[in-house]
Design a protein around this ligand. Structure first.
Ligand code: GLA
Length: 400
C-alpha cells in the first residue's frame, strides 16, 4: 500500500481523487466506491480473543476502493502503493503469496461475501488507494477488508450493515488470510466515529461509543519494524491464551474466557501453570481491569489518570505478554520524559508496529521530532514517521 502522508494537497478532498485513479488505471468510471479508516488500539491489548473489553478509535488515515463490474469472471485488483495489478478468477478464489499477498484481503472478502451472504459480484476491476502505513499496527488490513466489502457488495446490488461488515471482514482475515485475530480491528473500523472511542465487549461483539475528551490528542510513533513479520508470534500468543483459558475452565467453574479469571484465582494457580502461560494470563487479567479504569477516567475527563493506564498497559505487554520489542520500549521511555504526554503504549499486535501517545494539546511537533530524532540516533536508522491523528468516521460508501 501507499506510504502515508502528503500524497494530496492539504486543501483537496482525497476522496475526489479516487474516480481519477480509476480512470487512469482502467478507463471510464467505477460503479461503486468506499472508504474505511485505520484505527489505533487505545487499550485492551490482546483482549479481543480472550473475552475481555477493548477500546479503539478510528483515525484520519484511510483505504479507498473504487470498483466496476465486468462481464466476464476476471478480477483485476490494482493497488497504487504496491504498484502491481493482481489478476484472479471469480470462479476460483485462491490465496496469493509473496508480492501478491496483499490481494488476499479483497479476495478473502469476495470469498466471505459468497459464503456468508450468498453474494456474487462476479468479475470486477478495482483500484485501491491507501494512506495507512501497512505493518504499522494501524490495521490497514481491516480498512482494506471493509472498504472492499462495501464496494463489492454494492456491485452485487446489496448494502451491508455495520455488523455484517464486521463479520465479512473477520471471515476474510481469519478464514482466508488465516490469522486468528480478534474483533477489535473490524469493529472499530465499522463503528468508529469522530471524537469517539469505541469500547467493545469481545464476548458478545457489542460495542458502544464514549467521547474522547476534547483536550485529548493522539500521536502515532512508528518504529519501522514491520509487525507483518509477527503473524506467527501472534498465533503463538493466541495458542498460549487458549491453553491458559482451558486450564482455568477445568479448575474454576464460571470461567469461560481467560479474561473471566480473577486476580485471586490467578495467584492460586501461579505455581502450577507453565511459566509462559502464567505470564500471558497475568497480562490478560490485569489488562482487562485497566480497560475499565480507562473507560471511567475518560468519562471523568481525567486524562492524566487515563495516561497512567497506558504506561501500565505497555509495561504489562512488555513483561508478561512479551509482545514488545526494544524499538517500542525506547519510544515509550522517551515519551515518558516529555511534558504534555499523559501516557504511551504499543498499539495493536505488537512485535514492532507503532506506539500510541495520549497527550495534551501542548505536546508539540518539535517535541515529537525530538523523540523521533533520539530514536534515529539510538538505532542508527532514518527518523521514523510520527504524526498526530484526528479521530474519523467509520467505513462508508462514497457517492460518485
Ligand atoms: C492485532 C489484531 C487485533 C488484536 C490486536 C491486539 O491488531 O488484529 O485483533 O488482537 O492485535 O490487541
Amino acid at each position: 500500500m501507499l506510504s502515508p502522508d502528503n500524497q494530496t494537497p492539504a486543501h483537496a478532498n482525497p476522496d475526489d481523487g479516487l474516480p481519477l485513479l480509476f480512470a487512469d488505471t482502467f478507463g471510464g468510471k467505477p460503479d461503486a466506491a468506499a472508504r474505511a479508516p485505520g484505527r489505533v488500539e487505545l487499550i485492551g491489548n490482546h483482549l479481543d480473543y480472550n473475552g475481555g473489553r477493548v477500546a479503539g478509535a478510528t483515525i484520519d488515515r484511510f483505504v479507498r476502493v473504487a470498483a466496476r463490474k465486468r462481464t466476464d469472471s476476471r478480477i483485476l485488483l490494482s493497488s497504487r502503493g504496491f504498484g502491481e495489478t493482481v489478476e484472479a478468477d471469480a470462479t476460483r478464489l485462491e490465496k496469493r503469496t509473496g508480492a501478491e499477498a496483499w490481494a488476499n484481503y479483497p479476495l478473502g472478502v469476495l470469498a466471505a461475501l459468497r459464503r456468508n451472504k450468498g453474494l456474487e459480484p462476479g468479475g470486477l476491476e478495482a483500484v485501491i488507494d491507501s494512506s495507512i502505513r501497512a505493518g504499522a499496527g494501524l490495521s490497514s488490513s481491516a480498512a482494506l477488508e471493509l472498504a472492499s466489502a462495501l464496494a463489492f457488495a454494492k456491485l452485487a446490488g446489496a448494502t451491508l450493515t455495520r455488523e455484517e461488515l464486521v463479520t465479512i471482514g473477520r471471515s476474510a482475515e481469519n478464514d482466508f488470510v488465516g490469522v486468528p485475530t480478534g474483533l477489535l480491528d473490524q469493529t472499530t473500523c465499522a463503528f468508529g466515529e469522530r471524537h469517539q472511542v469505541v469500547f467493545i465487549d469481545s464476548k458478545t461483539g457489542a460495542s458502544s461509543l464514549s467521547p474522547l475528551p476534547a483536550t485529548a490528542r493522539l500521536w502515532v510513533f512508528t518504529t519501522g519494524v514491520s509487525h507483518k513479520l509477527a503473524d506467527s508470534a501472534y498465533s503463538t500468543r493466541h495458542q498460549e491464551c487458549r491453553e491458559a483459558a482451558e486450564f482455568f475452565r477445568k479448575r474454576s467453574p464460571g470461567v469461560e474466557w481467560l479474561a473471566d479469571v480473577s486476580p485471586a484465582e490467578l495467584e492460586k494457580a501461579a505455581k502450577v501453570l507453565p511459566a509462559a502461560v502464567g505470564k500471558r494470563a497475568r497480562h490478560i487479567v490485569s489488562e482487562n481491569a485497566r480497560v475499565r479504569q480507562m473507560e471511567a477516567r475518560l468519562r471523568e475527563g481525567d486524562l492524566a489518570e487515563a495516561g497512567k493506564a497506558l504506561f501500565e498497559s505497555h509495561a504489562s505487554s512488555r513483561d508478561f505478554f512479551e509482545n514488545s520489542c526494544p524499538e517500542l520500549d525506547f519510544l515509550v521511555a522517551e515519551l515518558r520524559g516529555q511534558s504534555g504526554v499523559f501516557g504511551a503504549r504499543l498499539t495493536g499486535g505488537g512485535f514492532g508496529g507503532a506506539v500510541l501517545a495520549l497527550t495534551s494539546p501542548h505536546f508539540s511537533q518539535e517535541q515529537a521530532r525530538e523523540v523521533a530524532g533520539q530514536y534515529a540516533v539510538h538505532f542508527a536508522v532514518p527518523q521514523p514517521k510520527v504524526f498526530a491523528c484526528a479521530t474519523a468516521p467509520g467505513a462508508c460508501l462514497l457517492s460518485l
